[in-house]
Design a protein around this ligand. Structure first.
Ligand code: ADP
Length: 498
């Protein structure tokens, strides 16, 4: 083995979206926050993503052209520009090709298989052709970058710039795998004559699965919570890939995401009626009164106020909420919902809003500022998800002293400690099964604590608010993995010791 050296590991973080440039979901938040935390943890980090025409002009205007070359994509040779922007101290590189990325949205086009195969190939070419993008570890995320680990191994293995590159692939949601007709194998990927790749990419007789490729070709696989890493190995959660997750269990790790603790901080949050902290929770009462008023709910401090903020989809366990709404309302509990999603759920919540007057309120909208006021003003946050790879909302609510009521799955299980009435320990309330009565009983038990034991309630709030959901913890765990792939490099700056 080569002599050990102490230096910064070079990480190239590849994602199809990153805040503040482009976001459709949790991946955008992660790619906007984790790389910065990795930099603080002692890595040299660059982020690479597509240059979408929807990136705000203020950012596009600041980008500098650093390179251009042609990317081989089966029979094509496709133009690729590389532009750079340093944002809050972090280097972002943008892959430019207007034919692929000058569109109204990010995904959902007929040629997505080609667009993101191009992006993945462009990443490999950039490592070879742009010296500042040479790296020790290529960290790919979700199916849009999944072909890069395959290409690196099949096409770039003999090229010095890539020989020592280790790959890591993070699954943010296994529901989206990037499945395409097997025409792409020859027409786009250029892998039809590579038997090993061909066999591993097939997921059905005529279907190619990009995520499957990454799961089989990457040196390490991670996902966004330890429990989801276990669940992915089960048929119920694995979406057909559970066998592969089981096969690669030795290289699979779950690392809980963090949240942006600056944006989500009740002590300094400029968007809420009154600031407060774990040391002095007094201001939260005014936040509750203000949101009750804003949402058209009775301004009554004695009623537990339950919030839900999120996508209104089946994943979020909304069938349980629909089923038990009457029982919850019968106990005098208030419920407020903010979300958009499936029309069926939107209509149900509009109906409850109408039926229960000033006891139930639903806003069918996406409103980031209102979300802040709801997290601050509520007493409880309900999240009975069917599955939840990580989940941010429960962490945000804990930070605001709003106790989560969650189903024991994925990141919910890993981030919420169940209330123990004998010891007073806990940061929220949990139930196990996808059962509406069980959910309602868990929620009403929580309300019982609210009504009858203010001391225990206050202690739970303080414990929840004192949890560490910063990205620093997650970044340290990723650093451990990167270094396990490069044992010859001694860790430059171990933040854990600070
Ligand atoms: P997922 O990524 O599955 O949608 P998460 O809990 O991981 O769920 O993250 C959802 C994030 O989006 C949270 O920060 C939540 O506050 C925010 N969010 C979701 N829907 C809305 C909405 N309608 N208005 C404002 N914020 C929302």
């Amino acid at each position: 083995m080569a002599d050990s050296v102490r230096r910064k590991l070079k990480i190239l973080f590849a994602a199809s979206e990153a805040v503040p440039f482009a976001k459709t979901g949790g991946l955008g938040d992660v790619a906007g926050s984790l790389p910065r935390a990795l930099k603080h943890a002692g890595a040299k980090v660059a982020v690479i993503m597509p240059k979408y025409s929807t990136i705000p002009a203020e950012f596009q205007d600041q980008m500098k052209h650093v390179a251009d070359f042609y990317v081989p994509l089966s029979w094509r040779s496709v133009y690729c520009g590389i532009e750079k922007l340093t944002y809050r101290g972090l280097d972002f590189y943008f892959v430019d090709n207007e034919a692929y990325f000058k569109r109204d949205g990010l995904y959902g086009y007929f040629d997505d298989g080609e667009r993101f195969a191009f992006f993945s190939k462009a990443i490999c070419e950039a490592i070879v052709k742009v010296p500042e993008l040479q790296c020790d570890v290529l960290h790919c995320n979700d199916w849009q970058t999944a072909m890069a680990p395959v290409f690196i191994r099949e096409f770039y293995n003999q090229i010095p710039a890539c020989q020592n590159v280790k790959t890591i692939f993070t699954v943010h949601n296994v529901k989206f795998q990037g499945q395409f007709s097997d025409n792409v194998l020859n027409d786009v990927l250029g892998l039809a004559d590579v038997p090993a790749a061909r066999d591993q990419l097939y997921c059905a007789p005529q279907a190619i699965n990009y995520m499957k490729g990454a799961l089989l070709y990457s040196d390490m696989i991670t996902t966004v919570s330890p429990s989801y890493a276990n669940e992915l190995q089960m048929p119920f959660y694995g979406e057909g890939l559970d066998g592969i997750f089981r096969r690669r269990a030795g290289q699979l790790r779950g690392i809980l995401n963090g949240i942006d603790t600056t944006e989500w901080n009740p002590k300094t949050d400029p968007l809420i009626a009154q600031n407060y902290s774990a040391d002095d929770l007094e201001g939260k009462a005014e936040d509750k009164r203000a949101i009750q008023e804003e949402m058209g709910l009775a301004q009554d401090p004695t009623r537990p106020l339950v919030a839900m903020v999120g996508r209104l989809t089946k994943q979020k366990g909304l069938d349980l909420v629909r089923y038990s709404m009457n029982a919850i309302m019968a106990r005098g509990v208030q419920v407020m919902v903010l979300g958009t999603g499936d029309k069926d759920y939107e209509d149900s919540f509009k109906y409850f809003d109408w039926k229960y007057g000033n006891q139930m309120s639903a806003k069918i909208a996406f409103d980031g500022k209102l979300a802040h006021r709801m997290y601050a003003g509520a007493d409880l946050f309900l999240m009975p998800s069917e599955f939840e790879p990580c989940g941010l909302s429960q962490m945000i609510s804990m930070r605001y002293g709003t106790l989560p009521v969650v189903r024991e799955t994925g990141g919910l299980q890993d981030s919420v400690q169940a209330y123990n009435q004998f010891t007073g320990e806990g940061t929220g309330f949990r139930f196990a099964n996808m059962n509406a009565d069980e959910m309602a009983s868990c929620l009403l038990n929580a309300c019982e604590v609210f009504w009858t034991n203010q001391e225990a309630w206050h202690q739970l709030q303080v414990q929840a608010m004192n949890e560490d959901f910063s990205w620093r913890r997650a970044a340290n765990e990723y650093m451990d993995i990167y270094h396990s792939l490069h044992p010859e490099v001694i860790r430059y700056n171990k933040r854990r010791d600070i």
